[in-house]
Design a protein around this ligand. Structure first.
Ligand code: FES
Length: 115
């Protein structure tokens, strides 16, 4: 076990600009599908240097239409995310600042926009 400081640094909390949560199934999508997306997201975040934390979510209780990707602080929910779709989300939303409107299922920033 490392130190708390090491853990916080490894998680990238101090430098993160976004937090991506991904449900890997098994009820909203096949676990292989979710795992494939997770590996792709991990690779592309590293390659692009995007300042984003990544977290595997156990289940969002939607349990259909996945894999689900939630982007905070915007609170944008994308369903049926494939690696190909993530590539566009990466370019247009995460790097470009404009959510991919046609794929946004719901949006709720939990009031952060009011701060
Ligand atoms: S298993 Fe993904 S939302 Fe429930």
């Amino acid at each position: 076990m490392g130190t708390l400081e090491d853990g916080l640094a490894k998680a990238g909390i101090a430098s993160a600009g976004r937090h991506l949560f991904i449900c890997l199934g098994p009820d909203c999508c096949a676990p292989e599908e979710g795992e494939k997306l997770w590996e792709f997201v991990k690779q592309r975040v590293r390659e692009t240097g995007l300042r984003a934390m990544r977290t595997k979510a156990g289940c969002f209780r939607i349990c259909t239409g996945g894999p689900w990707l939630v982007v905070y602080p915007e609170g944008v929910w994308y369903g049926a995310v494939t690696p190909e779709r993530f590539e566009r989300i990466l370019r247009e939303h995460l790097l470009g600042g404009q959510p991919v409107g046609e794929w946004v299922v719901v949006r709720n920033d939990l009031g952060c926009g009011r701060l």
